[in-house]
Design a protein. Sequence first.
Length: 422
Amino acid sequence: MESFDIATLRAAAPYIYAHQGSTFVISLPAEVIASDALSDLIQDLALMQTLGIKLIIVYGTGVFNRHTLGVIKQTKMRQLQHTIGEQQTRLEALFSTGLVNTPMAGMKLTTVSGNFVVAKPIGILAGVDQQYRGEVRRIETTAIRQQLEINNIVLLSSLGYSPSGECFYIDEFQLAANVAASMPSEKLIFLSQEKALLDSRKQRLKFLNLNDTDKLLKRRKSLSKSMRTYLELAIQACVSQVQRTHILSCSQTGVLLQELFSHAGAGTLISDHHYDEIRPAKINDVGGIQSLIKPLEDEGILLARSTEQIERELDHYVVIERDGFVIACAALIPYQQEHCAELGSIAVHKEFQHEGHGTLLMEFLENKARKLAMQSVFVLTTRALHWFYENGYKKCPLDTIPVHRQQMHDMQRNSSVLVKSL
């Protein structure tokens, strides 16, 4: 019997539910359209549409972008129109294949295109008339919504039309950002042939807030022009009420599905919200906390805690939540008379380890202890000695901690007592 990955499906189910009815704007550049990855990508987009996601796909030609300040003359305009026609035909043909080799192979997926973008000429720049080079005047959002409501996939080219009947070429990336802001859409997704955006440790940058994005643009001179464009437009989109912008590398098969339907994702998410914000635990978090600490209890790393005990001590817990999931937790139990506090139950989901969540929780609770006028923080641990050493903790005898806590100490675990002065 073939194996069926139940865990992956269960993990994806909340995302499937959350994305139903949402509108996503997908920027599909010419390099991706020309690549071997396009067929698989179209299959993934078709699957997303069948899961209830409303899709607006903005596709480009690749022959002109916002960094090439060239004049669009009539001859070039005709070439662009020809290229756009070929790309539209290819996209429509691929969507018409449905979800091949599945029970949904016969499903009819309808794409529509039209004069949804009202354009205006850029005019004269540096004394030169840009002719057929244009920019967005407005997006016909009502007409687009009508098509989305009847489950059509909307295809938008890089062309816009003026009220006087003229046709103008618009930067494809700027157009995608404008459409996402005008709807407004829940997500703006830039697909690229570039490699994933990495941090200084060569790890994928999973999340950036607007401040981090701005700093990255200023500090990293090695960013490519297209990546710089994506980041700049991500800031613009988020300021314009687009909840989240994603930058994904199509060099990875299934990148869209992994980014949208898994905890770990596959690209870089830019949002003006605090994605991994620490907050006090709530009663609904008890199950999530238990799921985090249970594997560590089974290994003897943490003391076993019943549901009732966690509920009684819930005021001491803080959590980090991502997309509705508790991905990390920790607790701080103060001993007022002894002017010290115990740091415990530090647990991070295995998919999010090595991202600094443990250190973030420790620093947060140490600051909380300072606000409570605690003079020191202690922890009992069997495994993470060196991690605590690196963060300023020192090994101390058992009688260093409060008598009440000494009496609860399980000698069989042979835990080390580590203390940090505040």
